[in-house]
Design a protein. Sequence first.
Length: 116
Amino acid sequence: QVQLVESGGGLVQAGGSLRLSCAASGRTFSGYPMGWFRQAPGKEREFVAAISGGLTYYADSVKVRFTISRDNAKNTVYLQMNSLRPEDTDVYYCAGGSGWPPRENWGEGTLVTVSS
């Protein structure tokens, strides 16, 4: 059973930055596809970014502003978010596993609030 735990959410002003972290446990991390999604109340969960090996993939809405990366030694994937906008306000979820982008296992989510 894979456990994913997000951290790093919070309140930031528009134009600011945050870095989210997702710590994975319960299986070999290296080579395990990982991703980030986000969801607002009443809306469907939407894809943000994914990483597998040296391949990364981004939603058009976050390209250039967000960067996904991983540290296999720490079993952790990161989402660096720059130039944040109020419309980036959501609960951000870490995901891993099968599929591309991966959707097999999920964390509990971390709230990001961007004030205008």
